[in-house]
Design a protein around this ligand. Sequence first.
Ligand code: G6P
Length: 608
Amino acid sequence: MCGIVGYIGPGQAAPILIQGLQKLEYRGYDSAGVAVLDGDLITIKKAKGRLSVLSQKTDGGRNLSGNIGIGHTRWATHGAPSDENSHPHVSQGGHIAVVHNGIIENYKKLKESLMAKGYAFLSDTDTEVISHLLDYYYCGNMIDALVKAINRLEGSYALGVISSYHPGEMFAVRKDSPLIVGLGEDRNYIASDIPAVLEHTRKVYLLEDKEIVWFKGNEVKIFDIDKQEVQKDIFHVTWDAGAAEKGGFEHFMLKEIYEQPSVIRDTISPRIRDGKVYLDDLKMTDEDIAKLSRIYVVGCGSAYHVGVVGKYVIEDMVRISVSAELASEFRYRKPILTPDDLVVVISQSGETADTLAAMREAKRLGCRVLAIVNVVGSSVAREADDVIYTWAGPEIAVATTKAYSAQLQVLYLLSLYLADKKATITEAEHKKIVAELLSIPDKVSAILKDVTLLQEYAASHYNAKDVFFLGRGLDYCLALEGSLKLKEISYIHSEAYAAGELKHGTISLIEEGTIVTALATQRELFEKMLSNIKEVSSRGAVVFAVAMAGDTDIASEADTVYYIPKTLPVLAPALTIVPLQIFAYYMAVNKACDVDKPRNLAKSVTVE
Ligand code: G6P
C-alpha cells in the first residue's frame, strides 16, 4: 500500500527519494510527498496523483536542497486523496515531519486528547496524530519521544521521521508494517521494500516490531523499545537489480508471466531429490504429521485461489479434510480449531493485513501455522512456525502471476510430502507425479513460445462487456483465478462458475454473443464439460475452450480451442493458468488499461 523511502548521506536527498518512490509505485498509491532537511530547515512538497506530478513540481527533486529526507506514496485510508492528506505530516510549529504506512486504530481518541491540549489538525489522516504526539513528548531526545509515542499507538505503522531539532539525523521505526534499512558506504536508506534501495545497496537490515533506528552521518544504530542497542545481522540481497526492472518487456506483468518457467524450476528443483520431495526447512515432525486431523488453507485474492486448488489436491493425495478459507472471513468467524489442525497461510507479500490477522488467530488457538510466502523476512514468514518460500523474486505488477504459479508448486510439493509421510499414495504414484512436476517448467515455456492464438482472440473480443469462466473440479479452481485476472486488469465484468451450477441460475445470464471461457482439462469430467459447453453455445454463447492436447472432441463444440500440453490432470492447473493470464493481459492491453497498476488496486493490502 503506502510506500516509504528515506535517505541520509552526502548526495541531494529529494531526487533519490523520488527515484526510490518510483520503485515502490507498484504498491499502489494516490498521492506522494517528500520532506527534506537542510541544516535545521524542513521543506515539504506534496501532490495528489501520480508521482510524476510531484516530480514536475520539484524538477525531479532538484529544486529541493538538503541531504536528508523522507518520501511517501499514500494510499488513502483516513481522508480522501488530497494535497493536505498526503504525507509527510508535520507537528504543530513544523519541527517534526513524519511519513507513515499503516493504520493508527486509536487515532480518534489520541486526536481528541491532543486537540484538548491545543494541537490544531490540518488533515483528516490518522498519521497527523503521530507528528503531534512526537512534538508533545519531545524533550530534547527524539528516541525518548518515539518510545513514548509508540506506547500510545495502537495499530500498525512504519515511520520515517526527520526534525529541525536534529539536523544531520533521521529516525525510523515499524510495527506490523514493512520497513527495511538499506546500508550504503557513506549513506543509508529506509524503504518499505527492497526494490527501492536495490540500485544503491544489497545490504539491508530487516527490522523487528518496535525497533527504533537512529541515523546520524553515516552511522546507524538500532534500539529496542527499552532503548537498549540491538546488534542486527545484515541480510544480503541475492537477486539482481534487473529482477526489479522491466527487462525489455512492455509491462512488469508480461515479464513476470515469462519468468514463470524459471520461477517454477527454482521453487521445485531444490526440493526434489531422486524422485522424492524433501522439505528440509519444515520443523514439523513425522509425529506431528501423523496427528494431523484437518488442514485450513488461508489467503486473500489469488493466494486464496491457490488455497482452493490446495483443497482439491491435498484431499485427493493425502485423504485429509481441507478447508480453503478467505483470510478476511476466517479471522472473524470464530473458527473451530484444535492443536492437531494445520493452518497453511499463503501470501506473496507476507504483509497482507487479513492474512496476518488470520494467522495470529490460528496461533492464538494453539494451531501450528505453515506459511507459503514469497518475501523473505516478511511478517508472515517471521511469525509462522514453518515457512516454505516461493522463489518467485520480487513481483511488481499488482496482479499476481508468477507468485501464484510458485505458490501452486509449493502446494504440490506439500501434498506430495504429506502423502508420502502418511502413505496415502504409492511410491510409484509419487515418483510419477514428481517426474511430471519436473517437466512443468518446459511445458510452460512451450506455451509461452507461441501466444498468437491468445493474442488474436483478445484482439477480437476485448470489447466484451461480460466474460464467464466455467469449469469442474480443478478447472473450477482455475476459473476463479482466470476470472479474477481478467476483471482486475481489463475492468471487464467477469464471473467464475462451477459448471454444474449452470442450471441453478447462471444460465439465465447467457445470451447471444456472451463470451464463455470453458476449462476442460480434467479427463474424468470432460464429457460433462462438453455437455455444459453445448448448453451455453445453444443459447448463443461464444465459447473459448481450454483443453488438454489430444482431447480434440471439444473442437466441434467450442468456437475456439486452446490446447495446453499433455500432463497429469492433477497438475493441469500449473499449465492452464498461463493462457488465462495471457488472455487477460492482452484483453487489458487492447483496452489500453494501466496493466501493471490497475485502478483502485494495491499490490500489498496492509490494511483490512
Ligand atoms: C492483492 C493483490 C493480489 C494478491 C492479494 C493477496 O489483492 O493484488 O494479487 O493475490 O493481494 O496478497 P498476498 O501478498 O497476501 O499474496
